[in-house]
Design a protein around this ligand. Structure first.
Ligand code: PMV
Length: 303
């Protein structure tokens, strides 16, 4: 009988600290309850990939890094990849990299720590996106809400998963590499300003961590609003994201901000129960598609 390994890796959203994390500051992110499934079995002739993720580069990069580290007689492999998260900026590329790496470890009977899975997956992602901070890879591996250190790449799991968030998709796919370049160009032009913004974002992240640990959602909302202002001064927000963010604030959100690189993708709004319905309506009216997502406590796993 052919052995088949089935693995699920969750997608992610950024809670706060995007862009500054590329320059070594910490960020806070969380895994979502939708993601990518990889089924891996021994193939017949050559490797075969059947995938609903349009970009095969990440699967190939993950395979490349794995077999560089674990030199073994290569047998043909068959991958069947299904994604529930493609096209929204929910981290399908990092999830597919993580799931492929984890499945390869399992198929070869090699046990690996989360750190080891991170090191290999991050190396694969960096082959394609050299400036990536790795926060999305870490989030997919560890699950839950995490503080990710942009410098050391260390992860702290916050042990909290019931954060009251709504997620609105702007309808536009963001180009992360382009947004990262935009910020880098701005930093070259005015390093003092950019570095001050990154420092301020870093400070907000440590305040945000305390607010989450204390479940102080009104404080967290204010921190998110301040983070959004700083992202606007970096030039990464868009008119449609701004519209969705203002609509949710006017409808009673405690705080709202873009999530991820900006230039499109998603925004998040922190709500209190009494205004949840109003914010949902306001978001839809402002053009957002509501994404029904929850925090996933767990990271990558065999299913
Ligand atoms: O939209 P995403 O998930 O690719 O988020 C990008 C977050 C950045 O900080 C801008 C880039 C990174 O690699 O951390």
């Amino acid at each position: 009988m052919t052995k088949t390994i089935k693995v699920f890796a969750p997608g992610k959203l950024m809670l706060m600290g995007e862009h500054a994390v590329v320059y070594g500051y910490p960020c806070i992110s969380f895994a979502v309850d939708k993601g990518v499934t990889v089924e891996l079995s021994k193939g017949l002739k050559a490797d075969k990939v059947t995938s609903s993720v349009s970009d095969d580069r990440f699967i190939n990069a993950a395979k490349g890094v794995f077999f560089q580290e674990y030199v073994c007689r290569r047998k043909p492999l068959e991958f069947l990849i299904k994604s529930e998260i493609s096209g929204y900026g929910l981290g399908s590329s990092s999830a597919v990299t993580v799931a492929t790496t984890f499945a390869l470890f399992k198929l070869h009977g090699i046990s690996a720590s989360k750190r080891r899975i991170f090191n290999l997956s991050y190396k694969a992602v960096k082959n394609i996106q050299p400036k990536a901070s790795g926060y999305d890879v870490a989030t997919s591996i560890y699950g839950g809400i995490i503080v990710f250190n942009g410098k050391t790449k260390r992860v702290q799991k916050l042990g909290i998963s019931d954060i009251p968030l709504l997620v609105g998709f702007s309808g536009a796919k963001a180009d992360t590499a382009m947004m990262v370049e935009k910020v880098s160009a701005m930093r070259k032009k005015d390093p003092t300003k950019a570095n001050r913004i990154f420092q301020d974002i870093g400070d907000l992240v440590s305040e945000g961590k305390d607010a989450i640990l204390g479940k102080d959602w009104s404080r967290m909302g204010k921190i998110m609003n301040e983070n959004q202002q700083l992202l606007s001064s970096l030039g990464v927000s868009t008119l449609s994201l701004d519209r969705m963010i203002s609509a949710s604030s006017e409808a009673g959100a405690l705080g709202a901000k873009l999530s991820g690189a900006g230039g499109g993708d998603c925004m998040i709004a922190l709500y209190k129960d009494s205004s949840k319905k109003d914010i949902e309506k306001a978001l839809e009216k402002s053009g957002a598609t509501l994404l029904p997502l929850r925090v996933s406590k767990e990271g990558v796993r065999a299913v």
